[in-house]
Design a protein around this ligand. Structure first.
Ligand code: SAM
Length: 289
């Protein structure tokens, strides 16, 4: 049985706050995460931030192979012990945002080991949750089927929010574009050491095999989404006209909204992801004659 406190003592691990080190202590939570990820022997798991290895250890029992990327060199000793216990574990000591995931992980382990799909599973460091999730989604890894993340509850609510509410924003639209998402369960602070100041939740993203709607220019769509939520209190027309990277004036936005049958005073949070797609296509100059 994995005991986080004993491991910390044995390896003299003092949690580093700036690295978002809140180690899980509760093995039931770990089991629930593994169940949510529906891990099986044909899965290549990419784990971000294994910490002391509580999830790595459990995942190695169920998955085909686990490749875990940990930034903190002080954790290489306890993680080395987990690797020695399982022939299907590899540890990379690096910043996940600097790892070439396709080259260093997917090409090395997926087909060569006869594995069929990729799952990303992580108790994420909360200080860089959004950049990690966005870079993984935008990478469009082949055979990526599921991502299961422990995040702050509030971030989980933003990821899975529907149009119209206060939680709905650029992150919700992006997550929806790439996946079907849901909050699997809530995790209270006492399941970690040290305890975070907020509740956490486990979010499941089932990655779409095909885009949910057609777009003329996907990068431009994401720019429109970003600009639309950049000044939440402003009307959409102003937010878009004020963002120089969108390259349109107020009149052009008004024309597009009129084509869509939308009121000129609407705010960004009222549009669904698909409506953002229509708007981006109408504003996109690249394909105009
Ligand atoms: N998975 C462990 C657990 O559940 O107990 C630890 C989770 S802890 C919330 C986040 C982990 O991510 C820490 O071990 C931290 O050192 C690591 N980490 C922080 N920033 C990272 C980065 N940029 N790349 C990879 N790992 C990172």
């Amino acid at each position: 049985m994995f005991n986080t406190r004993d491991k910390m003592k044995a390896y003299d691990v003092r949690p580093i706050k700036s690295l978002g080190q809140n180690f899980l202590t509760d093995s039931d939570v770990v089991e629930n995460i593994l169940d949510t990820a529906e891990l099986g022997p044909e899965d290549l798991v990419i784990e971000i931030g294994p910490g002391l290895g509580i999830m790595t250890d459990a995942m190695a029992e169920r998955a085909g192979f686990v490749c875990a990327v940990e930034i903190d060199k002080h954790l290489m000793e306890p993680l080395g012990v987990i690797k020695a216990l399982h022939s299907n574990v590899e540890i990379i000591n690096n910043d996940i945002l600097k790892v070439d995931i396709k080259k260093e992980i997917v090409e090395k382990y997926l087909e060569p080991l006869g594995l069929k799909r990729i799952k990303v599973v992580a108790n994420l460091p909360y200080y860089i949750t959004t950049p990690i999730i966005m870079s993984l989604l935008e990478m469009e890894l082949p055979k990526l089927e599921k991502m299961v993340f422990m995040v702050q509850k509030e971030v989980g609510q933003r990821m899975t929010a529907k149009p119209g509410g206060k939680d709905y924003g650029a992150l919700s639209v992006s997550v929806k574009y790439f996946s079907e998402s849901s909050i699997a369960f809530i995790v209270p602070p006492h399941c970690f050491i040290p305890q975070p100041g907020v509740d956490s939740c486990v979010v499941k993203l089932d990655i779409r095999k095909e885009a949910p709607f057609e777009l003329k220019d996907r990068d431009y769509f994401f720019k429109v989404v970003k600009a639309s939520f950049s000044q939440r209190r402003k009307m959409l027309t102003n937010s878009l006209a004020n963002a120089s990277y969108i390259g349109v004036d107020r009149q052009k936005v008004l024309e597009a909204l009129s084509v869509m049958g939308k009121d000129e005073k609407i705010r960004g949070e009222t549009l669904s992801p698909e409506e953002f797609g229509q708007l981006a296509d109408l504003l996109c100059k690249k394909f105009e004659n």
